[in-house]
Design a protein around this ligand. Structure first.
Ligand code: ATP
Length: 337
C-alpha cells in the first residue's frame, strides 16, 4: 500500500499558526494537537485540517499512534519542548523535524554555556555563590518560564533579601549586561549546509519595558518595584547592516560546534538571544534550538527573507520547504531526528 502523504503537526500554541500557514502554503495538510479549550485560533484562522484535543500536554505520547497512522511530522516549538521536557521528546516515535539530541544542550544552562563558549561567543559571567557577587546580576531560575520571578541583585545582601520567597528553587547568578536585548533568528539547512538569517526581534516584557514610563523620582517612592521579564509580545527589528557579518558568523559557529556535541548537529530554525552593548559587544545569554515565537511577526516574511526569496517566506514556510525538498530528493533521514 502506498504511504499516505506526510502531514505537518504540532501543539496548538507558541508559533503553531505560522507553522501551519507555512505548511499549507507548501501543500501539506496540518494537525493541531490542542489542550481542551484552546482550539479556537486554529479553527478561526483555518490553520488546522485536523484537531486532536487532549486534557493535558503530558498526554501527548498517548496520541502518538494516531499521529503515526496519519504520517505526521512533528515540528517542535518552544511550548512543545517546555510542556513535554526534552527527555520525553527524545522518546517520541512519531516523525520529528530536527535533531532531538541537541535539546539537552539547550535545556541545561550549564551545557548550553559550554556550547556557546566552545563556539567562541561572548557570554555573561556566572557567579558560583551569592558571596561572589561583585556587580549587578540577574537571578534566573532553572527551566524556561519566560523570565517569571527573575530579579536583579547588586550584592549578597540584596540577593538574600530578594530570594526569600523563592527559597527552594534552583537558580543561576548571571552578570547583568546593560544594552539592547536582540533575538536573532536563523535557519540552517541540513540538505544544503547553508545558513540563513530569517529575521530579528526584540521582546516586549512586563514590567521591565514599562519602567521607563515612570520617572526615577516616582520609582524611588514606590514601595516595591523590581523589574520582571514576563514576555508580552515580539517586535520586529532590522539591525544595523554592519552587524550582519558578525551575526552570520555567530550562527555558523554554533552550528559547527553542535556537529561535534550532538551529531549530526543543529539544523532547522534556531535563535541566538543576545545583548548588544554601547561598545558594540555582543553577549549571548541563551540559544533556542528550534523555532522561536519572535518569528511570528514575520508570517509574510522579514526584510531578510524578502531579499533572499522575493516571496512571502516565514520560518514556518521555510521548514515546510525543507521537508518538501527532502521528500523530493529522497533524503527524509537528513531532516528527521
Ligand atoms: P525563555 O522563555 O526565552 O527561555 P527564560 O526564562 O530562559 O526565557 P531568559 O530568556 O534567560 O529567560 O531571560 C529573560 C529576559 O531577561 C530576557 O529577555 C532579557 O530581557 C533579560 N536578560 C536575560 N539575561 C540577561 C542578562 N545577562 N543581562 C541583561 N538582561 C538579561
Amino acid at each position: 500500500m502506498a504511504q499516505p502523504k506526510y502531514r505537518i503537526a504540532t501543539i496548538g500554541s507558541h508559533s503553531a499558526l505560522q507553522i501551519f500557514k507555512g505548511a499549507h502554503d507548501e501543500g501539506f495538510k496540518t494537525i493541531a494537537v490542542c489542550k481542551k479549550g484552546s482550539e479556537s485560533p486554529y479553527k478561526m484562522f483555518n490553520a488546522a485540517d485536523d484537531i486532536i484535543s487532549i486534557d493535558s500536554y503530558k498526554n501527548f505520547p498517548k496520541i502518538q499512534k494516531e499521529l503515526i497512522k496519519k504520517n505526521a511530522i512533528i515540528i517542535p516549538h518552544g511550548s512543545f519542548v517546555t510542556y513535554m521536557g526534552y527527555e520525553e521528546v527524545e522518546k517520541l516515535k512519531v516523525n520529528y523535524y530536527g535533531n532531538k539530541k541537541i535539546l539537552k544542550w539547550e535545556s541545561d544552562r550549564h551545557l548550553e554555556r559550554q556550547w556557546l563558549t566552545k563556539s567562541g561567543l561572548k557570554v555573561p559571567l556566572l557567579f558560583k555563590k551569592p558571596e561572589d557577587i561583585d556587580r549587578l546580576v540577574i537571578v534566573k531560575f532553572m527551566g524556561a518560564e519566560g523570565g517569571r520571578g527573575y530579579f536583579l541583585a547588586k550584592d549578597k545582601k540584596d540577593f538574600y533579601r530578594k530570594i526569600k520567597p523563592y527559597q527552594l528553587r534552583k537558580y543561576v547568578l548571571q552578570e547583568y549586561i546593560i544594552g539592547v536585548p536582540l533575538f536573532i533568528h536563523y535557519f540552517y539547512s541540513s540538505l544544503t549546509n547553508e545558513i540563513e538569517i530569517m529575521g530579528c526581534d526584540i521582546r516586549y516584557e512586563s514590567n521591565v519595558d514599562s519602567l521607563g514610563r515612570i520617572s526615577a523620582r516616582d520609582q524611588i517612592v514606590l514601595p516595591k518595584i523590581d523589574p520582571s521579564y514576563v514576555i508580552v509580545g515580539n517586535i520586529p527589528v532590522v539591525v544595523r547592516e554592519s552587524f550582519l557579518p558578525r551575526l552570520i558568523e555567530m550562527g555558523e559557529k554554533v552550528v559547527e560546534v553542535s556537529k561535534k556535541l550532538a551529531p549530526p548537529g543543529l539544523f532547522g530554525p534556531f535563535c541566538l538571544e543576545t545583548i548588544l552593548t554601547p561598545e558594540e559587544e555582543i553577549y549571548v545569554f541563551e540559544i533556542s534550538a528550534r523555532i522561536v515565537a519572535g518569528t511570528n511577526p514575520f508570517i509574510e516574511g522579514s526584510p531578510y527573507t524578502w531579499l533572499k526569496y522575493d516571496k512571502p517566506m516565514s520560518t514556518g514556510r521555510r521548514i515546510a520547504i525543507e521537508i518538501k525538498n527532502a521528500i523530493k530528493t529522497n533524503q527524509m533521514k537528513r531532516v528527521l531526528g
